[in-house]
Design a protein around this ligand. Structure first.
Ligand SMILES: Nc1ncnc2c1ncn2[C@@H]1O[C@H](COP(=O)(O)OP(=O)(O)OP(=O)(O)O)[C@@H](O)[C@H]1O
Ligand SMILES: [Mg+2]
Length: 456
């Protein structure tokens, strides 16, 4: 068959099809003459139609592999090419008509777009890895049982019991006065548990405003409310998945939130605010309070069903005044940490005071007092005048653990304690104060008077 006898009419209508294709296309006939190219071919290679159409491919594109395909009828795929800044891969195939090779086609795919996408993907991956490690850094337990100082039987017994509890899968409720180390214990529980490699997410239930706590704990979907962030927000429960959530000051949680928390703890599922679906989560709950939750349950101020869910194992940390054996050891460790190698010498009066004082702020208060005293006593010899003023004042009211003073003073002191203990059992807001006043059988005005001016 001669060239003239061959039917190239198909090229005329095929041209529209080829032009519509987003990859570069070049077609040659059996002689190796270029019959068709499309816009994308020109864009990728920079070769215009007039410079190539009707010409021998070998003359215009040196080393063109497409001529080999014409010769051997074999397909060739993924041949890499670079033209200036443009990188692309070429696939080649023979074209048949009536069982005979009538030409060959090459299809060029630009790699630039792929490169851009690959670079974007890589940078997104790096961002995700950075965020993940930032989350892991933020939500990490910092203390372990090794950081708990003590030599006292009561404390060490509590530590041993807590270690066993930590290794179980149960929820743990830690009770203890302010400054006894509840937070320290919570961190240690996480580190001792099989969840140690996963997040430890602390939540201070009294520090987050009541109107935000629900969205903080459970998260929200995009558009859940006018100020919601695009993409929504992950809740702390979800962040703690496979790890531990530490609900500190749990006694401050409103009844409404207690009900919502119960659902999550009971069912192991969270639903974001404004969300339709629930997500299964695997979280251990460690909670802590300096309130007497058992009493709060009895008085109807804490849901009994939630209490039982949280109180899988109850740990009560003894107050410092009940573990006097710990004193010298704790003081030794603390002062060594504050000024290594410079053990302070206490006057007899200070020694006696340290033993007799009630330490309402427990270990935290002891630490603060030691820190203050060591800074005040330049010589390292600590006398009464080196202790903070408020401690010296309190000492006047406490002697051998018993109260002293006139009847009026003692009554005033007892009244203040009673008021403060009652206030602690209610929320720290107007409603809480109203309830406390009702419990005490006094008016709200009288309560305010007595808090504001203790001498009344
Ligand atoms: N046994 C201990 N050994 C070493 N440090 C301790 C011990 N107990 C408490 N502390 C330290 O005392 C301080 C108070 O402890 P922590 O914050 O855990 O108390 P808390 O019970 O959570 O108090 P609050 O009820 O006021 O929140 C921290 O600096 C903590 O490291
Ligand atoms: Mg605490």
């Amino acid at each position: 068959m001669t060239l003239d006898q061959r039917d190239f009419s198909y090229l005329s209508w095929m041209k529209d099809i080829v032009m519509a294709i987003n990859d570069g296309v070049l077609v040659i006939d059996t002689e190796g003459i270029v019959r068709l190219i499309n816009h994308e071919y020109t864009r990728i290679t920079g070769v215009e139609e007039e410079a190539i159409l009707g010409k021998y491919l070998k003359d215009v594109r040196k080393g063109a592999v497409l001529l080999n395909t014409l010769e051997d009828g074999k397909k060739r795929n993924g041949i890499y090419r670079k033209e200036g800044t443009e990188e692309y891969v070429v696939d080649m195939a023979p074209v048949y008509q009536y069982g005979e090779i009538v030409g060959a086609v090459s299809v060029c795919k630009s790699l630039n777009e792929v490169h851009v996408l690959a670079r974007e993907l890589e940078s997104s991956k790096q961002k995700i890895a950075k965020l993940k490690s930032a989350v892991e850094d933020i939500y990490k337990a910092t203390y372990s049982f090794d950081d708990i100082i003590g030599s006292d039987g009561a404390l060490m017994e509590t530590v041993n019991r807590t270690k066993k509890a930590a290794r179980s899968s149960m929820n743990i409720l830690i009770q203890g006065e302010s400054g006894t180390g509840k937070e320290l214990f919570a961190h240690s529980i996480h580190k001792e548990s099989i969840r140690a490699e996963y997040p430890f997410v602390p939540v201070n239930c009294s520090a987050i405003p009541a109107n935000l706590i629900e969205s903080e704990l459970f998260g929200y979907e995009e558009g859940a409310f006018t100020s919601s962030k695009s993409g929504g927000k992950m809740g702390l429960f979800e962040l703690a998945d496979r790890g531990t959530i530490f609900l500190d000051e749990i006694g401050e949680l409103s009844m409404e939130l207690q009900a919502k928390l119960l659902r999550v703890v009971q069912e192991g599922r969270v639903r974001k605010i404004g969300g339709l679906n629930e997500k299964e989560i695997n979280v251990r709950v460690v909670s802590a309070t300096n309130k007497n939750l058992n009493n709060m349950v009895e008085k109807g101020r804490f849901r009994e069903d939630l209490f039982y869910r949280l109180n899988g194992i109850q740990i009560t940390i003894p107050p410092l005044r009940k573990r006097k054996e710990d004193f010298s050891f704790l003081i030794q460790e603390m002062t060594n940490g504050l000024m290594p190698g410079k053990a302070p010498v206490f006057s007899e009066e200070v020694e006696q005071f340290l033993q007799e004082y009630e330490w309402p702020g427990n270990v935290r208060e002891l630490y603060n007092v030691m820190n203050y005293a060591m800074n005040m006593a330049d010589s390292g010899s600590i006398k009464m005048e080196h202790l903070p003023e408020f401690v010296q004042e309190r000492k006047l009211h406490s002697k051998n653990g018993e109260r002293s003073g006139t009847l009026k003073e003692l009554l005033r002191e007892t009244e203040q304690e009673l008021i403060h203990d009652t206030l602690k059992e209610y929320e720290n807001n107007l409603n809480g104060k109203k309830k406390a006043a009702a419990t005490l059988g006094i008016s709200l005005a009288t309560l305010y008077n007595k808090i504001g001016n203790p001498s009344k």
